[in-house]
Design a binder for this molecule. Structure first.
Ligand code: ZN
Length: 313
């Protein structure tokens, strides 16, 4: 295991990222996205940036961002540049919203949660907003959310693992919120603005976000921002088919034995760490993993079941 592996040629055109929501300790589901995005970036000689998606303030747990950073450190995953915190980016989001307003691409929506639930049709990505406020509000009720006017055109992109994805945002999602009535900017808007700010060329993340991608591509086209390449990794699910998340009580990643944790992650990502790698150093692990990363082994895979024993190991 001591043989040297060739270092990939530096490629300044590739900039990847890991963008966790600090709503709790890093769990195995998020670790997959971290390791997958890191390996894809490093094996292609690219940069790897980190962004804390702490925009949804009620969901953010104090200390969770620091905990995630400590785990990345303990696992030997070095990021490039400063960590970007969405909680500090309101001015950039406000500017993007102003641009959408100048374009006439957004309108105020005063619907209550109940009105939306009563008038929405079910779509593959959740309830489809009926467009009730598109033609203007009958009475100016405050506070208002801001919604993007979508179009019926089918938006197509080629995902590196999941193949061709097509979605009519208007029919399947509907006009979507970019600023909530309480003033908070939406995840969709923040991601698009921040991917551009961080110069992201390649987004590698869990497939649970694949339905959001056409909305993000649509916003990029409105705002004149570049569209990155996309690679959506399978998500880890438990024996009941539920995605591992804070809600399904996924256990926190343990760093007692970082190389063992990473080898387990690699096996889950259908890579084959050789016997003996577990006893090696973190440096040796990453050298092997970067040289042997074969994402195509996950072609078309949408979820992988993780047994409770594996999740807790
Ligand atoms: Zn409305």
């Amino acid at each position: 295991m001591t043989q040297a592996h060739p270092t990939p040629t530096p490629n300044p055109a590739y900039v990847g990222r890991f963008a966790p929501t600090p709503s709790g300790p890093l769990h195995f589901g998020s670790l997959l996205a971290a390791v997958g995005s890191y390996l894809e970036a490093r094996s292609r000689g690219g940069a790897w940036r980190v962004r804390m998606e702490d925009i949804d303030r009620p969901r953010v747990q104090p200390g969770a961002a620091e905990g995630i950073v400590r785990i990345l450190d303990a696992l030997g995953m070095a990021w490039d540049g400063e960590i970007l915190y969405q909680s500090q980016r309101d001015e950039a989001y406000r500017e993007a919203l102003r641009e959408l307003e100048r374009l006439g691409a957004v309108y105020p929506c005063a619907c209550t949660r109940k009105e939306i639930a009563d008038s929405s049709l079910g779509g593959p990505a959740g309830p489809v907003y009926s467009g009730a406020c598109r033609q203007g509000l009958s009475s100016r009720r405050a506070p208002c959310a801001a919604r993007v006017r979508t179009v019926a055109d089918v938006l197509v992109f080629d995902d590196s693992l999941q193949g061709r994805i097509a979605q009519s945002v208007e029919r399947e999602v509907g006009d979507f919120v970019v600023r909530r009535a309480d003033g908070q900017f939406s995840y969709q808007l923040a991601v698009v603005v921040d991917d551009a700010e961080q110069g992201i060329s390649d987004v590698v993340r869990g497939i649970d976000l694949i339905d959001s991608t056409p909305r993000q591509i649509y916003l990029q086209s409105l705002l004149g921002l570049p569209t990155p390449s996309y690679l959506h990794l399978p998500v880890a699910v438990n024996g009941r088919g539920e995605k591992l998340s804070k809600q399904t009580r996924a256990p926190a990643v343990s760093c007692q034995d970082p190389v063992a944790t990473l080898c387990r992650t690699m096996r889950f990502l259908r890579q084959e760490p050789p016997p003996g790698l577990e006893g090696e150093s973190l440096d040796a692990f990453w050298q092997w993993a970067i040289a042997h990363w074969q994402p195509q082994r996950l072609q078309g895979v949408r979820s992988i079941v993780l047994t409770d024993a594996e999740a807790l190991a």
